[in-house]
Design a protein around this ligand. Sequence first.
Ligand SMILES: *Cc1c(COP(=O)(O)O)cnc(C)c1O
Length: 536
Amino acid sequence: MKSQQELGVAVPANKPLVVRTIKQVTKEQREYVLKKTEYSMFSFPADLIFVDFLSDSGSGTMTDFQWAALFHGDESYARNKGYYVLLEAIRDTFERGDYPKKSIDMILSGETNVKKLIDELYLKSYEGGFVNGGIHQLTRPNAFIVPQGRCAEHLLFSTIAPILRENKNITYYIPNNGHFDTTEANISANGIIAVNLFSANLMEDFPYDEMDKRNPFKGNMDLEGLENLIQEKGVDTIPLIYITITNNTAAGQPVSMQNIKAVHKIAQKYDIPLFFDACRFAENAHFIKEFEEGYQNYTIPRIIQEMFSYVDGFTISYKKDGLANMGGFLCFRDKGLFHKKFSINEDIGIKLKEKQILTFGNDSYGGMSGRDIMALAAGLYEVVKEPYLNERKTHVRDFARKLAQNGIPVILPAGGHAVYLDMNKFFEGTDMKISDFGGVGFTIELLKHYGIRAVELGPFAFEWDKKTPEQRKGILNLVRFAMPRNVYNTSHIDYAVAAITELYKNRDKIPKVRISRGAELRLRHFQSGIQPIYKE
Ligand SMILES: *Cc1c(COP(=O)(O)O)cnc(C)c1O
């Protein structure tokens, strides 16, 4: 008899307790609604969709532990109890590895020992890490709660840009292994140039039957590219280096610990602060455990602790990694390199806090409701659980494998949160040009015929037509199917695989598209109108 492990399939990690019925919408109804919503994926009513792969952001199912925590939400204006619990959960997750304190249990179990609450939670003093505590968070604030990831990006870049310009009026660059669209937009909105340094092996072929055996960490940063950029543009032009884990723009591919360490070394050598865009830290840690030499016997929390030991700070959307439906965060190491470099006339933390209050609210809620803060704090303990991560990984990989088996050009190995199609290969042999936005035409047809929503992350989203030939090299031509956590099962995947395969067979019928409204808008894929051009 085979053992549980020898069966070769992931052991189920959870079971749903709530079910939502999907509406049986017809193709004609979807066609009508598409026409009335300018064929934009972002304007189509979600309630009319069978399977929604638009985003994994905030669209996951919460666990019973999170729903229970939500009821402990404290909606007080200042210093709600969830604020303290969340800061502790963040210290646990990113700094304490195998030794979390889990102070959240004190609140959930109704601790009545007031002295204990005061000493261990409400006034407990911390300094020197990502999240100062007690008096130090008041005098040297370094941790900022915001509603989502882009708010953290806005807070960071809009605060440092004027400091940089005051200092020296030169062109600044922020390199990344792959800027997410909102990160790039927030950087360029503040007059800084965002540079993508994708790994050279990103678009290399990979056999689908080896996905469980090895992983080439295609999300890595191009180290040579980074050195060249610093040498070429000069150290003073680079205020920050960013690593996105996992690399969403580069097909959700993971970044190895070795690469993180190497970038850290370069950053140290040139005295440049290193930040994570940490959105999918748990999924990235899981890839390291599974595939990187030397980490098989580490726990996920311990890997996360090591990953974060190499950075000076991070921005994060807590809507990713299945953590919560809402939340974002910015922090930097107390008295670290970032703090030193940007505290020129005034403490950078004080400046950031002032802007946080101006735009999102008091620092103890930062635009979040008390119940969302509690659900998020609980979520941080849920996403690092290995059975959950195993099951999720298997699910996404399964989707990619089934597409590959049907001959669909899917990026392999599968990323952590999504499956990506290579649209250049998809349209090979047809007359579709990159400026025809074939990926957008594909998503329109997929939604119209089969009620499945995906998103183009390619020349349309990354504004190919507005960029220089040099900048165009940083644009991939992809369509993304993002998997919300604990929402879809094998039947949803099989339906999607059949639909995508049918469209692939009929790819010569997919329309080119034209931007009918708002081509010039920033982040236009969220807001502009589209017109498919159907052949007669
Ligand atoms: C989603 C995402 C962001 C932005 O977060 P929001 O919560 O959507 O504002 C930033 N970076 C990456 C890598 C992301 O996936």
